[in-house]
Design a protein. Structure first.
Lengths: 291, 252, 351
């Protein structure tokens, strides 16, 4: 009897030890992950802020060897590329999302589209880049902002499709019925009522895709290609912020490294603002009063 | 002014589930007709067939004829055209959450392309008055969102929205079941007023309500119309034993 | 005549009095001209055409997803014909990379991609699962929000920024502090030998680990949260400790999904380009030591694409791209299916 009691007490002790060890390991891994990542953030902020000045936003890069200069052309270039990409990606993505939520719901085609969009999200962006290179740059025989925009746009479509679908599915069916019951044509009901009700969430999804694509370098390597000078011509190579950072980081010049850090900070700020906005909108309740 | 509804040999399915069997009835114009019956008897399905909402369900199907006035609504016109002539008020109030009170009421017209500002103002005011809501919201028409009203007010807003398109028929699917007694009483008064201008079909599981507002009542059971007669007869001397069982509370 | 049974029931309620018909309105029952509203609406006509057109346009846009996949596949296959014809399947088992003589073999790059990804998984998976377990089951409520927000931020940091940090901070750190320890303690295995540059497969593996960690962690959290509470309660009711509850009630049920999230992390690691290119060393060789320099599939494309002077060279690079495309599609498809099996069809959050 006493032996059994002792055995069960030993067993119990082992279980408690296992329990505490598990907790300890989980906490440890969290610290191991969070602390260095916070450190990365802080270091980026520090190094970037110390390199950032007004010239960064207003000047183009100076020739090698000279100090100063900025990445103004890269910032503008990124803006143009993102605008082009959004022109392609946002309407097509939202439309595809509308199809999934309003017409294809539960159908085999819709499931297949959704699955393919998710898988497409995992395709490396460099593969997207060389495909667009093959499609546009090779026949045209020159790099261009247009090809870069197309590459970015194609990358935005799957993301926006999924987030749009998710947001539209959250609109209560009662609202669709109310619109249909009034004799509103279906297309009007979807656009003016359902989409409008879900619009905070849909816009948020577009912002997410936008932010994600804004930091992409690989698809631009062989499409937009980069440009040391001012250019706003969509048929010419164009500078882009991530591209410039990449080139400068790998260069042997300290001055260019400094610019790279400053550029990285600008990108980080953009990302943090977007992610925070997205979180803010979605946790506050996307659908005012519809729930 | 408004029209009667003539239903003949009407059947409806959800996929393979035969929901309505050979429904025949004539709903008179300018009166309120109540449809009663236990849960799942098909009364809501039937009402949704009158404005062709049934077919918005991907597995919904129907055969037979329904005439509104002299219009065969299944064969002569498209569903969208039908729904413009028939208004519907649903069980749970469903105002459009992103729109103001004014925009909600005007939505049926605006979304069909109507632009005349002056007439819209008139119509909104008139509809809200008909729905007995105008006095309560007249100062906040464009400021308050439709969703910020109380449950009873929201339902009256939905009624105003339905009335704004000047329908010939008004369908109400258990319009007061989600509301408190005071709001319910207000809605019943409303129906009483509206009868003179519209043909009203009201689905209700509340027999007292049917007795209070409707001239004629139809009793549905298991997808069939068991009895359709004056409300007085149904509730004092029903012809069918099943009706009597339901009324006396034996089931449902 | 009133049916007595019905009469009994009605005793307590108000008497049934048929509602008086409201006064017929002055307009009477004669037909009145429809109001301008009614007239307007009656003239609107059926919207069948616009509804159909709308549906078609939305459908076409949805099909564009397939079109994109088809486009990528066709372009890549088309432009890699030269090396497919010349080397066939041997291309992936050869260890050569000589643009001058036109001899190409992708084995070093496959090796580099695989090994750096495996190193990344070895580092990231235990940590990611640990973080997921902590955040889902152990974390005090007030910390959960900020920590998950942090994870989201980290998943969103662009690759080039990670690469920048890796080049200037991680590589020196590895070279000065970490690698010497590894060489001293584990050098006998042969995996940590040779010259210590700092850059190389190890550096690539570490930065990849940091990059895929948020994705594995957040997806693992999602599948763990999808496990119904009843499972947890059932185990606890048997007298289990919290760890036992987690192990038996949650992880066991979610393990398929966790495997899926790990595979998804693998997929991300396989295709990661920029950060890896900046630290992997760019030497197309196969060495046993993780401290050695290497080259990944995406890196060789990134580095040498614009220098590809002749069509054969370009074809070789594009064929590597094609291989990367096919592999990541398969890996991602498997991963998504596994995750879906646990979260059961609710559209997964876009990660």
């Amino acid at each position: 009897m006493a032996l059994e009691q002792k055995a069960s007490r030993v067993n119990h002790t082992w279980r408690m030890i296992a329990n505490h060890t598990a907790t300890g390991l989980a906490v440890l891994s969290t610290i191991l992950v969070v602390a260095p990542l916070v450190a990365i953030f802080v270091y980026l902020l520090y190094k970037g802020a110390s390199s950032l000045n007004l010239a960064f936003f207003t000047q183009v890069p100076k020739p090698v060897g000279e100090t100063g200069g900025g990445m103004a052309n890269a910032i503008v270039g990124s803006g143009i590329l993102l605008a082009l990409g959004s022109l392609l990606g946002v309407p097509v993505g939202i439309a595809a999302g509308i199809y999934l939520a309003e017409f294809g719901r539960g159908g085999r085609l819709a499931n297949f589209v959704r699955f393919t969009a998710d898988v497409l999200n995992g395709v490396p962006s460099i593969v997207m880049g060389i495909s667009v290179y093959s499609l546009i740059v090779l026949p045209e025989k020159h790099f261009s902002a247009l090809s870069g925009g197309v590459a970015l746009g194609i990358m935005m479509i799957p993301t926006i499709t999924r987030t749009t679908e998710e947001m539209l599915l959250m609109v209560p069916n009662a609202i669709r019925e109310a619109a249909l019951g009034l004799g509103v044509p279906n297309w009007r009901s979807v656009l003016a009522i359902t989409l409008k009700t879900a619009s905070p969430g849909v816009i948020t999804g577009c912002m997410l895709a936008f932010a994600r694509v804004a930091g992409e370098t690989a698809p631009l390597l062989f499409t937009a290609f980069g440009n040391q000078f001012w250019s706003a011509n969509i048929n010419q190579p164009i500078a882009a912020l991530p591209l410039q950072i990449y080139v400068y980081a790998l260069s042997p010049y300290d001055e260019w490294h400094r610019l790279a850090w400053a550029g990285a900070l600008v990108l980080i700020v953009l990302i943090v603002v977007s992610v925070s906005l997205v979180r803010f909108v979605t946790t506050r309740g996307v659908l005012k009063g519809a729930n | 002014m408004s029209v009667g509804i003539e239903v003949s040999q009407f059947n409806a399915w959800y996929g393979s589930n035969h929901a309505l069997h050979d429904i025949n009835l004539n709903i008179p114009a300018n009166q309120a007709t109540a449809l009663i019956g236990p849960s799942g008897c098909g009364k809501s399905t039937f009402v949704r067939c009158i404005n062709r909402m049934h077919e918005t369900n991907p597995i919904g199907r129907a055969t037979g004829t329904i005439r509104i006035g002299d219009l065969d609504i299944y064969n002569d016109v498209s569903p969208v055209e039908v729904r413009r002539r028939i208004g519907m008020v649903f069980q749970r109030p469903n105002p459009f959450p992103t729109m103001s009170i004014y925009d909600n009421v005007a939505s049926g017209l605006r979304l069909n392309g109507f632009r005349n500002r002056r007439i819209l103002d008139e119509v909104v005011e008139r509809s809200l008055k008909h729905a007995a809501l105008f006095e309560e919201v007249k100062d906040d028409l464009k400021k308050k969102s439709g969703a910020s009203l109380s449950g009873g007010q929201q339902q009256r807003l939905c009624i105003a929205r339905a009335l704004a398109v000047d329908p010939e028929v008004l369908l109400m699917d258990e319009p007061a079941s989600a509301l408190d007694p005071v709001s319910t009483a207000k809605i019943e008064d409303l129906i009483f007023q509206l009868k003179s201008q519209y043909t009203i079909v009201i689905v209700t599981h509340n027999m007292q309500q049917a007795a209070r507002v409707a001239e004629r009542t139809g009793f549905f059971l298991n997808g069939r119309l068991v009895e359709f007669d004056s409300t007085h007869k149904i509730f004092t001397n029903p012809g069918d034993k099943r009706t009597e069982d339901y009324i006396t509370g034996r089931f449902g | 005549m009133v049916n007595p049974k019905v009469q009994e029931v009605r005793v307590s309620g108000p008497p049934i009095v048929p509602p008086p018909s409201p006064e017929p309105s002055p307009a009477g029952t004669q037909s009145v001209a429809p109001s301008p509203i009614r007239k307007f609406l009656l003239e609107r006509g059926s919207s069948a055409f616009s509804d159909r057109a709308f549906r078609w346009i939305m459908l076409i846009c949805a099909l564009s997803i397939f079109a994109i996949v088809a486009l990528i596949a066709s372009e890549l296959i088309m432009r890699s014909q030269l090396t497919i014809a010349k080397f066939g399947l041997q291309f992936f088992f050869k260890q050569a990379w000589d643009p001058v003589s036109g001899d190409f073999g992708a084995l070093p790059f496959i090796y580099g991609t695989l090994v750096s990804s495996i190193v990344a998984l070895i580092i990231a998976v235990p940590l990611a699962v640990g973080v997921a377990v902590f955040l889902t089951e152990m974390c005090p409520k007030f910390l959960r929000g900020p920590l998950s927000f942090l994870t989201e931020l980290l998943a969103a940091i662009p690759s080039v920024v990670y690469g920048l940090w890796a080049v200037f901070i991680l590589v020196p750190l590895l070279r000065e502090d970490v690698n010497p320890i590894l060489m001293k303690t584990l050098g006998w295995t042969g995996f940590f030998a040779g010259p210590n540059y700092g850059i190389g497969i190890m550096a690539a593996g570490v930065i990849l680990a940091i990059m895929i960690l948020p994705i594995i962690s957040s997806l693992t959290r999602e599948v763990m949260t999808a496990v119904p509470h009843t499972q947890r309660e059932a185990v606890l009711a048997l007298g289990a400790t919290r760890w036992e509850m987690i192990r038996m009630g949650v992880l066991r049920n979610a393990r398929i999904g966790i495997v899926g999230s790990i595979i998804l992390g693998l997929g991300r690691a396989l295709g990661e380009t920029i950060a890896v290119t900046m630290v992997i060393g760019n030497r197309p060789e196969i060495v046993k030591s993780l401290l050695g320099l290497g080259y990944s599939m995406s890196s060789v494309i990134a580095n040498e694409f614009s220098e590809a002077s002749d069509d054969l060279y370009l074809s070789a690079l594009i064929e590597i791209g094609l291989a990367l495309f096919i592999v990541t599609i398969i890996v991602n498809a498997i991963a998504r299916l596994l995750v879906w099996a646990v979260t059961r069809g609710a559209p997964p959050r876009v990660v």
